[in-house]
Structure formats: structure tokens, C-alpha cells
Ligand binder design. Structure first.
Ligand SMILES: *Cc1c(COP(=O)(O)O)cnc(C)c1O
Length: 347
């Protein structure tokens, strides 16, 4: 029995990268964030397509992700690792030419002992309080800076998807003040949201992730994923009969129910419940009953013909629309997409 079919439009990812690149001046480099297996869409095909399109700087969260990316794209393209110089990863940085974004004094000290002269970047905390050197910590290790070949200084915005949020401007000021202590470094502050905040945030290098993959807050993004789930079985359900676990849905009129292959084990999280739908082309077919591990039940009473599959992600029900039904964000839907789908890549 085949499972779902996940179609990933690499051409749309490239188009989204170009569209984000076009939002900044020609002097600003547009990188690409492809952590978490390119937001669940596959680091090899996505990395190669973006490299071919002209990306020369990639970012990943973990050194292991950098290794997988390096194996896909070969030498010569920069790969920065957000988590920095973690213990146990030392060999990976050397062997696969990865560049750590050093986050604290301990990472800096260990990097200097192991790799004096090697290229690195620094991550500064400008107010998110998640990763990076705080102002005082930066002050306390300024004496080590001449020994480091730091090429990039970066920070991350906590509220960039809320364009009016006052923390954006506060972080901009804080970052620029700290980065001024390292005048030779390239600067990077903006992810997808930051690109949309305007030129002050663009600096030398941007780091879009979600916008490449078709998600908010880049509202003009081309949709990237389509997910079709095959219908395994259909059945008529009489008034008063229930469907699924907990008998949570009861037919109030004679209905035709389709059971499709796909469930919460495939990242179609249970919380989306009955607020989400599947689609037969443009026709909306509501989910009925609870989402199970491998199966979803759908009301297809209104369809004139029974199709072989129904779509749960398409240009109408995008990752963000589906996410809303589950009280989450498109990022989580994308990165949860399971590995039971057959994946087809379009150029
Ligand atoms: C994930 C991440 C990005 C990309 O963010 P998007 O919102 O997906 O564009 C950029 N920088 C850092 C530090 C990140 O963790």
C-alpha cells in the first residue's frame, strides 16, 4: 500500500530565494538556512538547487547537518553552524570544513586551543537570550579577539514576524553597538522576517529560512509543498453512526467517509483535528473524527466522483493554514513531515 505523495517544488524554493534576494541591495549577500534537513524537505536536493542558483553561504543548526550538506554540495561554499563549537564535533569541523558561530567564552577558548588561525564567526545576544555572547561577556574576552579569524558577527531577532514590535529596533541598536567592537567582520541580523523589516536590518548578509520554503511571514512566497494522501477505503455512514477513536464524530446526515493513508506519525498532528480539511482539486472535504497514527477519515459526501487521493497541503491549504488549525506555525508542520511519504522533487 503506498503512503502519501509529497511533491517538493525546488523551482519554487529557488524562486523564493531570488525574490528575497531582490528585496535587499546588490551589495547584500543572501544566504540560506537549511537546518533540520532543509526544514524537513531534504538537505541534499534543496542544498544543491540553492547552490546552483547562486547561494554561497549556508547555515545549519548542528555540525552533523553541516556534514550532510557538505557531502551534498562539495567544497567551496561556506557552511556556518549556529550551535557553534560543541564538544564531540571537533573533527567534523576540520574534516568537512564547517565554520562555527561561537556562542560563549568556553567555545571561544576551546576553538582557539584546537584551531588557532581557522575561520570562525561569532554569535551575539542582542536581546533574545537564547544563543550568543552577551555584552559583558564580549567585553571580558575582547583580549582574545585578535587571535581569532572571525569573519562574521551575527545575532537573531526574537520578534521579526511582528513588524511593529519595539524589540526589533531595540535589538538592531544593541547588535550594532556590539558589532562595532569587531569592525572587520561582516554583519548579519536578518532571517526571513528581518529581510521584510527593511534595509537597516540587511547589513552584509541575510539568513532566510522559512521564506524559502513557502511560509509566513514572507506572504509573497510561492508554495513549495503539495501532499496527497491515497484513499484506502470509502464507506457510507448512516445517521447516528460514529467515525474513529472515541466515537468523536457522529453523522447527522447520510455521509460517505473516505479513509486516507496518513496520520500523526506522518506529522499530520492530532491537534489539527476537525478544523482541517482535505481537498479533491478545489473541493474542500472536512476531516471527521480524530486523526489516528496512520489514518485520517474525511467526509467526501459532496464529491461527484471518488478520487484516488485527497490533498492535505496545496496552494489553498498551505503549511500556515494547516498549522493554524492545530494552533501551531508552518515551521512545525514542515519540519514534522514524516519519512513515510514518497517524495518527488520538481525543478
Ligand atoms: C532558523 C534561523 C534562521 C532562519 O529563520 P527563518 O525565520 O526561518 O527565516 C536564521 N537565523 C537563525 C539564528 C536561526 O536559528
Amino acid at each position: 500500500m503506498p503512503g502519501g505523495l509529497l511533491t517538493i517544488d525546488l523551482g519554487a524554493i529557488v524562486a523564493n530565494w531570488r525574490a528575497l534576494d531582490a528585496k535587499t541591495a546588490d551589495t547584500v549577500e543572501t544566504g540560506a538556512v537549511i537546518k533540520a534537513d532543509a526544514y524537513g524537505l531534504g538537505v541534499r536536493p534543496v542544498g544543491r538547487s540553492l547552490q546552483k542558483a547562486g547561494v554561497t553561504t549556508f547555515f545549519v543548526a548542528l555540525a552533523d547537518e553541516g556534514v550532510a550538506l557538505r557531502q551534498a554540495i562539495g567544497p567551496a561554499t561556506r557552511i556556518f553552524v549556529f550551535s557553534g563549537y560543541m564538544r564531540g564535533d571537533e573533527n567534523a569541523f576540520v574534516e568537512f570544513d564547517l565554520t562555527p558561530l561561537l556562542n560563549n567564552a568556553d567555545q571561544i577558548t576551546r576553538f582557539l586551543i584546537d584551531r588557532q588561525g581557522a575561520t570562525c564567526g561569532l554569535q551575539l545576544d542582542s536581546g533574545m537570550n537564547r544563543l550568543g555572547l552577551e555584552r559583558e561577556e564580549l567585553n571580558s574576552i575582547m583580549d582574545k579577539m585578535p587571535a581569532l579569524d572571525q569573519v562574521l558577527v551575527m545575532s537573531h531577532l526574537a520578534c521579526a514576524d511582528e513588524f511593529e514590535h519595539p524589540q526589533n529596533a531595540a535589538q538592531l541598536v544593541a547588535f550594532n553597538e556590539m558589532a562595532a567592537r569587531l569592525p572587520a567582520c561582516q554583519r548579519s541580523l536578518a532571517a526571513t522576517g528581518g529581510i521584510l523589516l527593511g534595509a537597516d536590518y540587511h547589513m552584509n548578509l541575510t539568513r532566510p529560512g522559512i521564506g524559502l520554503y513557502g511560509g509566513d511571514p514572507f506572504m509573497d512566497a510561492r508554495p513549495v509543498v503539495k501532499l496527497s494522501l491515497p484513499i484506502i477505503q470509502t464507506r457510507p455512514v448512516a445517521v447516528g453512526e460514529s467515525v474513529g477513536y472515541g466515537a468523536a464524530w457522529i453523522a447527522t446526515c447520510p455521509s460517505i467517509i473516505a479513509t486516507v493513508a496518513g496520520g500523526y506519525a506522518d506529522g499530520l498532528i492530532r491537534a489539527m483535528g476537525q478544523d482541517a480539511s482535505l481537498y479533491a482539486g478545489d473541493i474542500r472535504c472536512p476531516i471527521v473524527g480524530r486523526v489516528s497514527m496512520d489514518l485520517i477519515t474525511v467526509d467526501i459526501t459532496d464529491l461527484a466522483e471518488i478520487p484516488t487521493s485527497l490533498d492535505i497541503l496545496n496552494t489553498t491549504q498551505t503549511v500556515d493554514v494547516l498549522a493554524k488549525t492545530a494552533g501551531t506555525i508552518g515551521y512545525e508542520i514542515l519540519t514534522s513531515l514524516g519519512n513515510r511519504y514518497k517524495r518527488v522533487y520538481k525543478d
